[in-house]
Design a protein around this ligand. Sequence first.
Ligand code: HEM
Length: 130
Amino acid sequence: MNAASRVMQSYGRCCASTSFFDTFYENFLASSPAIRDRFVNTDMIAQKQLLRAGILNLVLFARGMSDSKLRALGESHSRAGLNIRPELYDLWFEALIRAVKSHDSNANDEDISAWREVLSKGIGLIKSYY
Ligand code: HEM
């Protein structure tokens, strides 16, 4: 199975767990005060839905989908927009991997490496807009 299909299946198992996105944001907000400060006025219920689609777009991009959705995210998160410094994506990614490990009990080492490989491509594109 290729890496993108592996991630799609793992993501399906994560999304089947109702608290996957709660765990992600618990991990992410706890990772730095610089992160927590950015979400003090955010409607987190809506944000979790937006992120659900955002992660799907990262996976679909790795499978060959057009980059237009990720370019829009790159622009919204750029210096001129939300001003998300590129190094913060490492915290985002580690929070995600921890959430995957706790909600996809079937995930093995190959699945985790596939997540790293597949998402790094799209995250690189988003950061390139900074
Ligand atoms: C908003 C996805 C990384 C902070 C959003 C939105 C999406 C999204 C879909 C809503 C639409 C938009 O504003 O464009 C993602 C994805 C990421 C990522 C897929 C990783 C590849 C980050 C990081 C931070 C961050 C590292 C660092 C703090 C924010 C903030 C908002 C936002 C502050 C606005 C929240 C509000 O409306 O109050 N993100 N994001 N994001 N993101 Fe990200």
